[in-house]
Design a protein around this ligand. Structure first.
Ligand SMILES: [Zn+2]
Length: 83
């Protein structure tokens, strides 16, 4: 799919552990494509005011903290949410 296109950089990122996610804080994360659990990857410094942006299209490789599935996600799959 998006691998090998030659245009997109792939970044390995690490999901926050459940214990590191504070209720009420804002995060950017993904919905796991295997188990559909939502997990946080980054703190949202804008507290929901700004959408996630990247300088150019890229792909993130991250393991789901719930089921351990190691999957690729696109920038447009980033989910802003409040824990
Ligand atoms: Zn999962």
């Amino acid at each position: 799919m998006f691998e090998g296109s030659g245009f997109q950089a792939t970044y390995n990122v690490t999901a926050k552990k459940t214990g590191d996610v504070k209720a009420g804080n804002r995060y950017f994360g993904f919905d796991c494509s295997a188990c559909h659990a939502r997990f946080a990857v980054w703190d949202d410094p804008g507290a929901g005011a700004k959408p996630f942006t990247s300088k150019r299209p890229c792909v993130f490789r991250v393991s789901c903290p719930q089921c351990g599935a190691d999957r690729l996600y696109r920038t447009d799959q980033v989910q802003p949410f409040r824990a």
